[in-house]
Design a protein around this ligand. Structure first.
Ligand SMILES: [Zn+2]
Ligand SMILES: [Zn+2]
Ligand SMILES: [Zn+2]
Length: 116
């Protein structure tokens, strides 16, 4: 808590540890925070955003895929949306991401999930 993490972006919401787990999603692999298109702030999940933000969530569009909008809680690297959607694990530190996040794709992204 309050530890200086250098240039890593802040994460708002109900964060419960320093790997961006939150009160809603705190499993082994729930270590990703997402930046939201509406406010440009990182939250661990959409429910955190819903509770803490004073505005409706805006989703990323297909043309935003190269935006850095995903934070790996394990190594604090920012990934592009495209990198994140292609990877089952962090390309920097190899930490595994929760595959069930794909079930929530439509909450965060305004384009179809890829089958590939
Ligand atoms: Zn927002
Ligand atoms: Zn949450
Ligand atoms: Zn990482």
């Amino acid at each position: 808590m309050g530890e200086d993490r250098g240039t890593a972006p802040r994460v708002l919401g109900r964060v419960v540890d320093d790997m961006t787990r939150c009160e809603h999603y705190r499993g082994e692999t729930d270590i990703v925070a997402l930046k939201f298109a509406c406010c440009g702030e990182y939250y661990p999940c959409y429910r955190c955003h819903e509770e803490a933000a004073d505005h409706p969530l805006a989703r990323w569009r297909e043309q935003d895929r190269q935006q850095s909008a995903v934070l790996c809680g394990a190594c604090r690297s920012e990934l592009s949306i495209d990198e994140y959607l292609r990877a089952g694990a962090c390309p920097r530190c190899a930490a595994l991401f929760n595959p069930n996040c794909r079930l929530h794709h439509d909450i965060y992204f305004d384009f179809p999930a890829e089958a590939s």
